[in-house]
Design a protein around this ligand. Structure first.
Ligand SMILES: Nc1nc2c(ncn2[C@@H]2O[C@H](COP(=O)(O)OP(=O)(O)OP(=O)(O)O)[C@@H](O)[C@H]2O)c(=O)[nH]1
Ligand SMILES: [Mg+2]
Length: 646
């Protein structure tokens, strides 16, 4: 069990630790000289049952709350120290508020300096403390009057601590290893050593672990758990880890870093969280307030982005996004404290919901609903609630598991407990509720069917319009994925820039059909040497230019013919042949360029066709002009293959 002190300056915290353990936790020269605690102090006390009580002693000075916070993470049991002569003072209240915000519910009040006061005064202070504790998680805690000088009352306090240690539930922890670093130093002959409290998981000598957020791989060469040499350490213990890596310097690791299992590594500059503003604050918290964020042993500047309302009232809580000045590590469920910009006052605190938040759409109802889902007590419940949200955004499975700090076996258990469908998405995968993707896909095909019905002459919808006309508006990644799936399955087809349902073909009216049957053999007979439109019209004086143009345009919209210029209309199979020939020429060229003259001469094309043809190729992105000629940008068959004329 790890016991932490808290309380106002000079109230006797360090003296108490010394009275309980025999150890002076003020180890710095400055501390001895000034008689105050500056930085965290540590002491250990073996108990009769073979276990070891760890003590973290914190400074009470108002300017040193930052150091107090670095020590407050991971303590199991607090001793709130109040000098009986002074009674509660400002840092008594501030430390108490911090402990409450950190969710600490186990502890005791120690009234020190009893040798200096009367029984009546003790009763008075007791009453004041009772009132202070009332609204906090420590309400009803036992109060122990002691004297650090005479030892009076110490036995009862020791009994209390032993009982608390025995009653402490075994650490129910299935997370990956995490240790919040509060010190890093070098020992002669040993090397780099970090100390801190393990907040989850286990670690053993020989393990490969990671310095987070820097992602620096290191190896555990040796370790001490609760001040004793050990082969492994676990959540709930104070550990000293001797770390090794080639070129590792003491300065590579600082207070605020984490040592974590490789799969738990986390780095973020943006955290979505629920924050509570202390009820004692005189003013509302405004959007974009600059603050200090204290999480684990780290302290980082941040801005508060209010996600729900423009301000946050004293005593109230709200969803916020914290934009950090630099990267830190954070995980779902981590508690944190916010202090004002000049670091003189604790404003409030909260709990991390999504450590890997995004700046976009952060206030949208869907996002707020996602955060509400993340407030569920278990990962199973959170995942289920997130998957149920509409429109489906999917859950990035890797970030989710890292955020919840779940090891492989727990990840598997969550996945088998929550019905889902997984979809490969870049390097990772996203999870969806069963049936959800099918509903989005159906909504896309329905939108296209409706469009085809209303506008039979239209070749289909562009992806942007399809997304707009679909009843379910899935996010871009999901939408694009479904498009690829639907095309691969043959349900949808691309026609130029449009998408259409398979089977939606150009429907020609009887007179258009008759006209096309006359034109088509003429367009076909030259193969890659199509006739000029004017020559075609000259063949039959009964043809009307406007009617012919109208038909060719309509066929063009459906990708049944390509308008290379105003004079040349080429059928897909012939255009494919022309593009293949162009590609071959470019491949044979020393500069891998297509040259118009070569194209014209090798295929015997007319000058009137060759120039508009390469310009058409440029325009649709098959080729790109550069100072050396024309480069082929896409494969001819990918672009023009597999299409036939009407
Ligand atoms: N008479 C009396 N004096 C005490 C008692 N406990 C502490 N003191 C004295 O009070 C002064 C401050 O004690 P510390 O233990 O350093 O106080 P602290 O809370 O650790 O102070 P910071 O760490 O600086 O916040 C010292 O001079 C102690 O000797 C006590 O029970 N009785
Ligand atoms: Mg002290």
């Amino acid at each position: 069990m790890i016991v932490g002190t808290a309380g106002h300056i000079d109230h006797g915290k360090t003296s108490l630790v010394k009275a309980l353990t025999g150890i002076d936790a003020d180890r710095l020269k400055e501390e001895k000289a000034r008689g105050i605690t500056v930085d965290l102090g540590f002491a250990y006390k073996p108990t009769a049952d073979g276990r070891i009580l760890g003590f973290v002693d914190v400074p009470g000075h108002e300017r040193l709350v930052r150091n107090m916070l670095a020590g407050a993470t991971g303590i199991d049991h607090v001793l709130l120290v109040v000098a009986a002569d002074d009674g509660p003072m400002p840092q008594t209240r501030e430390h108490l508020a911090i402990l409450d915000l950190l969710g600490l519910t186990r502890g005791a009040v120690v009234l020190t300096k009893c040798d200096l006061v009367s029984a009546a005064r003790l009763d008075q202070v007791r009453a004041e403390i009772g009132q202070l504790l009332g609204p906090t998680g420590l309400a009803g805690s036992d109060v122990f009057p002691v004297s650090n000088l005479t030892g009076e009352g110490m036995a009862a306090l020791e009994q209390h601590l032993l009982r608390a240690q025995q009653e402490q539930a075994p650490v129910l922890d299935d997370g990956l290893f995490r240790l919040a670093v509060d010190r890093c130093f070098t020992l002669a002959g040993i090397g780099t050593v970090v100390t801190g409290t393990a907040v989850s998981g286990r670690v053993a000598v020989g393990d490969r672990v990671m310095v987070s957020p820097r992602k620096l791989p290191v190896r555990v060469r040796g370790l001490h758990a609760q001040n004793r040499e050990a082969t492994h350490g676990q959540a709930g213990q104070r550990l000293a880890l001797n770390l090794a890596a080639t070129g590792l310097e003491k300065s590579d690791i600082v207070r605020g870093d984490w040592i974590v299992a490789e799969a738990a590594s986390s780095a973020t500059r943006r955290i979505d969280a629920r924050v509570r503003l202390l009820s004692g604050e005189s003013r509302e918290l405004a959007h974009w307030t600059p603050v200090h964020l204290h999480l684990g042993a780290s302290d980082v500047g941040a801005r508060v982005v209010l996600l729900e309302k423009p301000t946050l009232a004293p005593g109230a809580s709200a969803l916020v996004q914290l934009e950090l000045d630099r990267e830190i590590s954070a995980w779902h469920g981590d508690r944190f404290i916010l202090r004002d910009q000049s670091a003189t006052r604790t404003l409030g605190g909260g709990v991390v919901l999504d450590p890997f938040a995004s700046a976009t759409q952060r206030r949208k109802p869907l996002r707020l609903a996602t955060l509400a889902a993340l407030e569920s007590p278990t990962p199973e419940a959170a995942l289920t609630a997130q998957l149920a949200l509409e429109p489906p955004a999917g859950v990035d499975v890797d970030s989710f598991f890292v955020a919840w700090n779940l090891p492989a076996a727990r990840r598997q258990a969550v996945l088998s407990a929550v019905a889902h469908r997984s979809l490969a998405d870049g390097s990772g995968s996203r999870l969806f509720a069963p049936g959800q993707l099918e509903r989005v896909a159906a909504s896309l095909t329905q939108a296209l069917a409706a469009h085809h019905e209303q506008q039979p002459d239209s070749p289909g919808l562009t992806p942007a319009l399809l997304q707009k006309q679909s009843v379910i508006k899935a996010r871009a990644a999901v939408f694009n994925h479904l498009l690829r799936e639907l095309i691969a399955a043959g349900t949808l087809q691309r026609a130029g820039t449009c998408l259409r349902l398979a089977g939606h073909e150009v429907s020609l009216r009887p007179n258009e059909q008759m006209l096309w049957e006359r034109l088509r053999p003429w367009l076909d007979e030259g193969g890659i040497h199509p006739p000029k439109l004017s020559d075609l019209l000259a063949r039959d004086r009964t043809l009307h230019r406007n009617q012919v143009m109208h038909l060719l345009e309509k066929l063009g919209r459906f990708g049944k013919i390509y308008a290379v210029s105003e004079e040349y209309f080429v059928q897909p199979q012939h255009l494919h042949a022309l593009a293949q020939a162009a590609q071959k020429l470019a491949q044979a060229d020393p500069h891998r360029r297509l040259n118009v003259k070569d194209l014209r001469e090798s295929l015997g094309l007319s000058r009137h066709l060759s120039l508009p043809l390469v310009e058409f190729f440029d325009q649709i992105g098959f080729t790109k002009r550069d100072p050396e000629g024309r480069k082929i940008r896409r494969d001819a068959t990918d672009m023009f293959g597999g299409q036939t004329s009407a």
